[in-house]
Design a protein around this ligand. Structure first.
Ligand code: DQA
Length: 149
C-alpha cells in the first residue's frame, strides 16, 4: 500500500478558531479525519503532518522525495500557509526532491490581499487548488489519484 503525505504549514494548527469567516470552523483534526477517509477510499495510507517551522517542511519534502523515488509514496498535498508567499527554500526543496506536490489553499488566495496572489510553490507544483474550503483536501487527494494513475 502506498502512502500519501498531507503537509500543513504555519498557523494551520489554529484551524477552527482562526478567522473562521475565512477558513471555516473545522479543526485540523477534522481535516485529518477527512483526509484519512479519502485516502482509505483511494487505497492509500495517510501521513498527516503540521509544522510552524519552515525547516521542518523542507526536511519533510526531502523525505517525501526519497519515499517517492523508492516507490512507497504517491505524492504530497501541501498547504504551506503563508510560506507559500515567501519561501524560495520550499520552492527549491520541491524541485530538488523531485516530488509530486499539489499546492492547496483552503481560501481563494486570489480573491484576498495582493500579497497572497504570488506563490513561490506554484512553479514547482504539479497542480494548484484554492478556494474549496477544507473539502479541498479531499478533492486534492482525488486529483492526485487521477494524475498519478
Ligand atoms: C492559506 C492561505 C495563505 O495565504 C495563508 O497564509 C494561510 C492559509 C489557505 O489555506 O487558504 O495560512 O494557505
Amino acid at each position: 500500500m502506498k502512502t500519501v503525505l498531507v503537509l500543513n504549514g504555519p498557523n494551520l494548527n489554529l484551524l477552527g478558531t482562526r478567522e473562521p469567516q475565512v477558513y471555516g470552523s473545522q479543526t485540523l483534526a477534522d481535516v485529518q479525519a477527512l483526509c484519512a477517509a479519502t485516502a482509505a477510499e483511494l487505497g492509500w495510507a495517510l501521513d498527516f503532518r503540521q509544522s510552524n517551522h519552515e525547516g521542518d517542511l523542507v526536511d519533510w519534502i526531502h523525505e517525501a522525495g526519497r519515499a517517492q523515488a523508492a516507490g512507497t509514496l504517491v505524492g504530497v498535498v501541501f498547504n504551506a500557509g503563508a510560506y507559500t508567499h515567501t519561501s524560495i527554500a520550499l520552492h527549491d526543496a520541491i524541485k530538488g526532491a523531485g516530488v509530486t506536490v499539489i499546492e492547496l489553499h483552503i481560501s481563494n488566495v486570489h480573491a484576498r490581499e495582493a500579497f497572497r496572489h504570488h506563490s513561490y510553490l506554484a512553479p514547482a507544483a504539479r497542480a494548484v487548488m484554492a478556494g474549496f474550503g477544507v473539502s479541498g483536501y479531499g478533492l486534492a487527494l482525488r486529483g492526485l489519484a487521477q494524475i498519478t494513475a
